[in-house]
Design a protein around this ligand. Structure first.
Ligand code: GDP
Length: 588
């Protein structure tokens, strides 16, 4: 029995590193990623989830284990004995229109903030609420993508995620995404079942969906997920929700050091006329004060003004406090960590070092998907076709060698002449040709039986020709066989999803109208929502009027069975772009 190999990778891993871990050629891994709709190059970073999917698909006996990122480890180590309890950091997430903003408003009575800012709705991405004398830091999630970026920086940002689900609408795709986010971020989940004031509210259905499909079992059913029924409109249940958030957070023993140099994260940054870079920060440790020299990513500055989330000037800000500062030379990037420096010189130096580091990184990452084919071929640069040439007389040897040298190559495969000579093939030639991709060409010469036996034993290819063009054709064909095949995609048609009938882990049954071209079984499809690529699926069968159909054309309605590699939450209105993908043998 093979023993399961367990490999720990960090939050993300480069394609090259993963290939090495898996003991696979990089091209194989790139090809596998490509099949999954991910165009990646050797230096590109894959997140943990993508890496896991690919490893699973390759059927390898490898179990990836999440390794704490450096930042996580650093944070964990840094806590001293003097660390004090800190407010929990809570993100509010959920499907669009389920009431995230309304709930935040209800919690914060945010209107006062807007009024104080003189009627201008300031965008602030974090707030603090007070409940029974205790503080709760709330993050207004700036889109799930930005959140993922924060996570990539290794930030242990959210302690608790409040997942808002409308009681009259139930679990939706972004609800599922929020659950997944909370889990990968290792945050505790509290479910807020919102819109309870509505007549159509059906909290039981929400609980059933969460329990049966997403493993979130309500406490009242003996599970361990806290679910609170609320109404952002009437305020019902909001206090209870905050109590529950504090209770869940208490089980985590959240602490921070106050007696250290301040550090934390950039949660927003923009330029404002008259104020320069206006930067939202979340303090994680220490006390941040005006006058401090601060470095975040590749920029630095001296804190000129320090405000709380209500935009009131404050003298200092401790752990879990969101603040707005000015004084940075340029806006840092969302997700950058910040630290303090002793003086301007040190701050500048640290920022410069970070800039150099980042430029180095930029040089190795962010290669676009379009480069993939080039990348695949570059991987084959190393391919060499080695030949030993023997001919009857010096004159023909020279012409064969010269002609071989003239075979045009595109840089993906090179021809090397490793030996030449006049006379029959000898044992010495065989010994010379035992390497990989090596052939002995004989022109008008013999292969004596003893040498032939040696060649067979050593698995050396000997090819004898009397006509020079045949010899050259053979060499060219042999070189073409060493070229990586080219991936060619051909567009077939497009369809708009009109209904989704069944969603399983690896299969989705849906119906729709063919907008252009046609659809048939065995084609692939890119799934797009508002132009954004959600994934790639395979069409396993096509039906027209409940009958299996060979092809369905533009203007017609049809049903489709789609094979998916990961769960796909297809929705009405999504587009499917059908195409075929073939590996085409390249020629020189
Ligand atoms: P978000 O997209 O999740 O931020 O949702 P919003 O907070 O913008 O709310 C979407 C819509 O639902 C708005 O029209 C709100 O007025 C409404 N809404 C939010 N919460 C409640 C609630 O508890 N009860 C009712 N009846 N409507 C709500």
């Amino acid at each position: 029995m093979t023993q399961e190999k367990i490999v720990a990778i960090a939050d993300s891993v480069t394609v090259g590193e993963l290939a090495e871990t898996l003991n696979l050629p990089v091209t194989t891994l790139v090809g596998e990623l490509f099949k999954n709709g991910i165009a990646a190059t050797i230096n590109q970073r894959l997140d943990f989830e993508t890496a896991s999917i690919v490893v699973e698909e390759l059927g390898l006996e490898v179990k990836l284990e999440k390794k704490e990122s450096a930042a996580q480890a650093r944070q964990a180590h840094q806590l001293s004995d003097k660390a004090v309890p800190r407010p929990p950091i809570v993100a509010v997430m959920g499907h669009v229109d389920h009431g995230k903003t309304s709930l935040l408003d209800a919690i914060l009575d945010k209107k006062t903030v807007d009024d104080e800012a003189g009627g201008i709705t300031q965008h602030i991405s974090a707030y603090q609420a007070e409940r029974n004398g205790r503080m709760i830091t709330l993050l207004d999630t700036p889109g799930h993508e930005a959140f993922a970026a924060l996570r990539q920086h290794g930030a242990v940002l959210t302690d608790v995620v409040i997942i808002v689900v409308a009681a009259d609408d139930g679990v939706k795709p972004q609800t599922v995404e929020a659950i997944r986010f909370a889990r990968t971020a290792n945050a505790k989940i509290v479910v807020a079942i919102n819109k309870m004031d509505k007549e159509t509210a059906n909290p039981q259905l929400v609980k059933t969906q969460l329990a049966s499909e997403h493993g979130l079992n309500p406490e009242e059913w003996g599970g361990d997920t806290v679910m609170v029924e609320v109404s952002a409109k009437t305020g019902q249940g909001v206090d209870k929700l905050l109590d529950m958030v504090l209770l869940v957070a208490d089980m985590e023993d959240l602490r921070a050091d106050e007696d250290v140099s301040a550090e934390g994260l950039v949660i927003e940054a923009r330029m404002e006329t008259g104020r320069g870079a206006v930067v939202g920060l979340l303090v994680e440790h220490g006390q941040l004060k005006p006058g401090h020299y601060i470095v975040a990513g590749r920029t630095y500055g001296r804190i000129r003004t320090l405000q709380n989330f209500r935009l009131e000037a404050i003298k200092q800000a401790g752990p879990s406090t969101p603040v707005v500062v000015t004084g940075f030379k340029e806006p840092p990037q969302f997700g950058d960590s910040f630290v303090l420096a002793k003086n301007e010189k040190e701050a500048r130096q640290m920022a410069t070092e970070a800039r150099i580091e980042r430029e180095k990184l930029a040089a190795t990452t962010n290669v676009t998907g379009a480069d993939i084919l080039k990348m695949m071929s570059q991987q084959h640069d190393a391919e060499e076709f080695n030949v030993v040439v023997k001919a009857d007389v010096q004159g023909s040897l020279t012409s064969v060698v010269d002609s071989l040298k003239l075979i045009e190559t595109n840089g993906e495969v090179n021809l090397h002449i490793i030996g030449t000579g006049v006379g029959n093939i000898s044992e010495k030639d065989i010994h010379l040709a035992t390497g990989k991709n090596t052939v002995i060409y004989g022109f008008n010469v013999d292969l004596p039986p003893a040498v032939k036996r040696l060649a067979t034993r050593e698995k050396v290819e000997v090819r004898i020709y009397q006509i020079i063009y045949e010899l050259l054709d053979d060499a060219k064909n042999s070189m073409e066989l060493l070229l990586a095949p080219e991936v060619v995609e051909t567009e077939v048609g497009e369809l708009e999803v009109k209904g989704v009938f069944r969603t399983l882990r690896e299969e989705v049954i849906a119906g729709g109208k063919v907008l252009s071209g046609k659809v048939m079984a065995d084609v692939l499809a890119r799934v797009k929502r508002k132009g954004e690529l959600l994934g790639e699926v395979e069409v396993t069968s096509v039906q027209r009027q409940q009958q299996e159909a060979k092809e369905v054309f533009e203007g017609e309605m049809c049903g489709l069975s789609l094979k998916t590699t990961k769960k796909l939450n297809l929705e009405e209105g999504d587009r499917l772009e059908f195409f075929t993908r073939e590996l085409v043998k390249k020629t020189l």
